[in-house]
Design a protein around this ligand. Structure first.
Ligand code: ADP
Ligand code: MG
Length: 695
């Protein structure tokens, strides 16, 4: 029984009906304290606030009816069925049960009254409800009507709806006694028109009969926005706290080496764009401070992020400390290794290489050079930050294609520091532009730079969508392009969860194209090849020995072959917009007009059609990303499955990202006026550890 001193922060076992076994099950729903129940929001609602006349019932309607038993019989239709026919004077309805006890049969005597809730369906003899919830009524008892809509909670194994309803009832009762503290300043709530916390919670658990259910189902009810806002705020403040923490950590100030950097920039075969120069200045400014840089570079594909990273690395090396650059795939890491080698060898800097698939002897040599500091620059994959890699004096880490690394990895990287002299500076580069509001939520622990300008002379890639029934025409087009000295990519369908199938599809396309184009050198690169093989294929393509490269999406990120001007993408309808934009960014890197053909399997649905149209209509990665966010949600965009973007309890970034500007300004107001409330909000939503601070 609930004791009088239990409150919202008591463990769930203070609630009646909750023993250790149930408490354990509830833990799986992330429910630990009574207050947590308040934030377990219903998935949907059922209307048991009014009786529907049986005569007006429609098939498909889920509702409450009441009536008198006319007849109950057990029949055999392959299995035993209990049929109970009821009437309320306006019409008749059959209740059908497959599982029932003898007592149940006995209950349904003629003339007995009951109310029941279920979905009306067309049966053999008029409308019926299968296994409705029902309640018998006493002689002159009124039909049991609820005053509020009935909440349907997310189910968990072994916890029934009725149980969750009873638990939330108890929590709501406790809330009447002790309102959860309103932690949002009134000014913030008023400005954004957000209802008070306790009122919002009460409303969402037990909405009044006239609530706008449609609006609630869309997740945009003011009460839901109120909670989503506070949750986003909690995460945001937690990430900002992490940022503030980094601002107190020591890091080596990199102030020397100005001439080396200036000479390097002068010696490049091109002039930096205004945007690149601006971002370089921002980075050099950060590096000169005694605290670690935590900076994100966003830039559309082809905007020239790599050279900016190279300048940052050179700065560190010129100051006599180590830099490392980490890429998500071997292919991309190898490409960086080559670019950096070309740029830095003339300066007497030989980058070391580290990857998971490296031979033991080569690995040992690299590890030694990394440990004794003779490797001033290290290029590699995740292997860079595994056990057993000891850096001599690592002062700068560049993470390319950030979307596969999450906040937890960023935090963990801090530890790979340079001993007493502090933590390394971090520079992260995204492959995929991210809408501003989403970046605010996902990267609040970073400062952001945007390269919002492409190098001069780039023509936008012209993009068309073509049904795969016209594959022969497209093959003809590839032939013409290759015969006129251009190069082309043929990207094979991505087959989720199976690199075996991936590779078979690529092999099949390769065979088909090699046969159809006997005069053209066709190459193949896929994820199952050994790195050296992949490498050879890419290199041959880069040197023009291969004119058509058949590839799986391993080429998605970063591959740079300016002479390639045509790309065919098979099964484009299955891929994400941002991914297609990334792929497409592999062409249009030279000065020639480039083309991208999206092959799709007809018929195309409405959604698929409008998605492909986005790519046809724009070459701006930020616009593509915004549309991708709207159409598919943030998981695809940020790759949350691999990374640490949180599972929100209530907020949904696709739907609620627009709250972020308000979240940002609320965080500032709270930090200035009521920092204690800020801590309490973080604790309420992220637990005592404040999640991000702890790894
Ligand atoms: P991304 O931002 O997609 O990583 P890259 O760094 O691979 O782009 O650069 C794309 C191509 O543009 C490379 O071939 C690079 O050498 C070239 N590039 C970078 N900056 C400039 C510039 N300012 N002018 C001309 N070409 C540039
Ligand atoms: Mg790149």
């Amino acid at each position: 029984m609930q004791s009088s001193d239990s409150n919202l922060s008591s463990p769930l076992t203070v609630l009646s009906g909750v023993g250790p076994a149930l408490a354990k099950k509830l833990e799986r729903l992330d429910l630990h304290r009574v207050e947590d129940l308040l934030f377990l929001l219903p998935l949907r609602y059922e209307d048991r606030t009014q009786l529907v006349k049986i005569g007006s019932l429609q098939a498909g309607q889920r509702c409450l009816v009441s009536g008198e038993v006319l007849l109950a019989e057990t029949v055999y239709r392959g299995r035993r069925n209990l049929l109970v026919r009821i009437s309320d004077g306006t019409g008749q309805l059959t209740l059908r049960f497959f599982h029932f006890s003898r007592q149940q049969v006995a209950q349904f005597k003629n003339g007995v009254r009951l109310t029941c809730f279920g979905e009306a369906r067309k049966g053999q003899a008029g409308l019926e409800m299968i296994h409705p919830e029902y309640r018998l009524l006493r002689k002159d008892q009124d039909a049991a009507i609820n005053e509020t809509l009935t909440a349907i909670y997310p189910a968990t194994e072994g916890v029934q709806q009725g149980r969750l309803r009873s638990l939330t009832d108890q929590a709501l009762r406790l809330m009447q006694r002790e309102t959860p503290e309103e932690l949002l300043p009134e000014a913030v709530r008023e400005k954004l028109d957000l209802p008070e916390l306790a009122a919002a919670v009460q409303y969402l658990h037990r909405p009044p009969a006239d609530a706008d259910v449609e609006l609630m189902l869309s997740g945009k009810h003011p009460c839901q926005r109120r909670l989503a806002f506070e949750e986003l705020l909690a995460h945001y403040m937690s990430l900002r706290a992490l940022r503030a923490l980094a601002n107190e950590d020591p890091a080596p100030a990199l102030t020397g080496g100005g001439d080396a950097v200036a000479d390097f920039i002068d010696g490049l075969p091109f002039t930096l764009t205004g945007a690149q120069q601006r971002v370089v200045d921002e980075i050099l400014g950060d590096l000169a401070r005694h605290h670690p840089m935590m900076r994100l570079i966003q830039g559309d594909v082809g905007s020239g992020k790599t050279v900016v990273a190279a300048i940052a690395c050179l700065k560190a090396i010129a100051c006599g400390v180590q830099a490392a650059i980490m890429a998500p795939t071997e292919l991309l890491a190898e490409q960086h290794w080559r670019s950096f080698s070309d740029w830095f060898r003339p300066l007497g800097i030989e980058p070391a290489w580290l990857s998971g698939s490296q031979r033991a002897a080569a690995r040992r040599t690299s590890l030694e050079a990394i440990a004794d500091g003779s490797a001033q620059l290290v290029v590699g994959t995740h292997a860079l930050f595994q056990e057993g890699v000891e850096f001599h004096d690592l002062a700068l880490v560049v993470i390319d294609e950030q979307h596969r690394f999450g906040v937890h990895q960023r935090v963990a990287l801090r530890e790979k520091g340079i001993g007493d002299r502090g933590h390394p500076h971090q520079l992260v580069m995204t492959a995929t532009p991210i809408p501003r509001t989403l970046a605010m939520a996902a990267y609040a622990d970073l400062d952001t730079s945007i390269i919002d300008e492409l190098p001069p002379g780039r023509e936008p890639v012209s993009t068309i969508a073509v049904p795969e029934t016209r594959r022969d025409d497209i093959v003809g087009r590839v032939r013409e392009a290759c015969q006129s000295g251009q190069q082309a990519y043929w990207v094979c369908p991505l087959i989720e969860e199976s690199d075996v199938l991936d590779f078979e599809a690529a092999e099949a396309s390769y065979a088909m194209l090699a046969e159809a184009l006997p005069d053209i050198n066709v190459g193949l690169v896929h994820g199952r090849m050994r790195p050296a093989e992949k490498e050879r294929g890419m290199q041959a393509f880069k040197e023009g020995l291969i004119q058509l490269l058949v590839a799986t999406t391993v080429i998605e990120v970063g591959v740079d072959v300016p002479n390639a001007s045509l790309m065919i993408i098979e099964n484009a309808e299955r891929m994400g917009l941002s991914q297609l934009h990334q792929l497409r960014g592999r062409v249009g890197r030279g000065s020639r007009q480039s083309h991208c053909v999206l092959l799709y399997k007809p018929p195309l649905g409405q959604l698929a059609r409008s998605r492909l149209a986005v790519l046809r209509d724009t070459n701006d990665g930020f616009v593509v990303a915004q549309r991708d966010l709207e159409l598919r949600g943030p998981g695809e965009l940020l790759g949350t499955r691999q990374t640490g973007l949180p599972d929100y309890r209530i907020a949904n970034l696709a739907r609620d990202a627009e709250l972020m500007p308000g979240v940002q300004s609320a965080a500032e107001i709270i930090a200035r006026g009521s920092p204690r409330n800020g801590d309490a909000i973080v604790r309420r939503w992220l637990g005592d550890a404040g999640r991000y601070g702890k790894v």
